[in-house]
Design a protein around this ligand. Structure first.
Ligand code: HH2
Length: 288
């Protein structure tokens, strides 16, 4: 009965509840585009633009119309390059509460980008279908339990407190994923509900970020879908000096190569150009 459904439960075309959001998404052959909605004052590329709830909802609607397959809502900047101001849970909840249910009502699966297990739990009860954890279940000790209890998909992202230029980043990410998958298994999270993400820009030198894209195929050995979020990130500026809002060309290049190297999902601020770029790349691929 629809009235009794958890608001995060989506309905299939035949009206039956779907508990397999990720499998449904991945059933489409094309790469999935996750559109970013930052309800924050301080995100590195669009901080303050969508802090107002109506602006955030309008942005979500725009990204959905542009072809986003998933909408990723965050109310605490994770600032890949440091300097993020920790957001108290009351504040994070106050930012999400007027936005999340309205965005979930758009009918596209919504992920919640949060570090806090109790915010994730609240979000899963209020329209979010997926948890995006930029500490890969290794930050908040309650996160894995929340995800398991909800039977929700989770994005496990690699992270480090600081970059170390001498380490082998592919080995480091691989070891991190192995730890996260062990935590997930012990909590009872089904493997079919896991996405892996090397965390472009997080605790990495710019070269290491690029290496994670160039060597993305190394992570295919886990047999899990891969997500890459290179949108507007700083490594682009090391190649082509630019402010975050001027990095669309570099973002498109990075995401096209990520898909070529095995990414199934790309996390982007600029949905329409990404959808177009991926469609053209796929059409050229078919013309071989
Ligand atoms: N990048 C950011 C935030 N969340 N989540 C995943 N899974 N992968 C990413 O690469 C990723 C992420 C940083 O981008 P943005 O949300 O625009 O910035 P901020 O964290 O400053 O809000």
């Amino acid at each position: 009965m629809a009235a009794n459904l958890n608001p995060g439960t989506r309905l299939l075309a035949n009206g039956a509840p779907s508990t397999d959001v990720l499998a449904e998404l991945l059933a489409t052959p094309h790469p999935l585009v996750m559109g970013v909605v930052n309800v924050t004052p301080d995100s590195f590329s669009d901080g303050g633009r969508f802090l107002d709830p109506q602006a955030a909802i309008a942005q979500a609607r725009r990204l959905a119309a542009e072809g986003a397959d998933i909408l990723d809502i965050g109310a605490e900047s994770t600032r890949p390059y440091g300097g993020a101001l920790p957001v108290p849970r009351e504040e994070e909840h106050a930012r999400l509460a007027p936005v999340l249910p309205a965005v979930a009502a758009l009918g596209i699966p919504v992920s919640v980008d949060t570090l806090k297990a109790d915010i994730a739990a609240w979000a899963l009860d209020n329209g979010a279908a997926i948890v995006n954890d930029v500490w890969g279940l290794q930050g908040d000790p309650d996160m894995a339990g929340v995800v398991a209890a909800a039977g929700a998909p989770v994005i496990i992202m690699h992270n480090r407190h600081s970059a170390d230029p001498v380490i082998d980043i592919i080995a480091d990410v691989t070891a991190f994923f192995t730890r996260s998958l062990d935590i997930a298994a012990r909590a009872g999270i089904a493997r079919k509900n896991i996405v892996l993400d090397p965390g472009i820009g997080f605790g990495k030198t710019q070269e290491q970020s690029m290496r994670c894209i160039a060597r993305l195929d190394a992570f295919r050995a886990f047999g899990l879908p891969l997500l890459v979020g290179a949108s507007r990130k700083r490594f682009i500026s090391t190649v082509s000096p630019s402010a975050p809002a001027e990095r669309l060309g570099g973002s498109l290049a990075a995401h096209l190569l990520a898909v070529e190297h095995g990414a199934r999902i790309v996390r982007v601020h600029d949905v329409a150009p990404t959808v177009q770029a991926l469609a053209v790349a796929a059409a050229i691929g078919r013309a071989r």
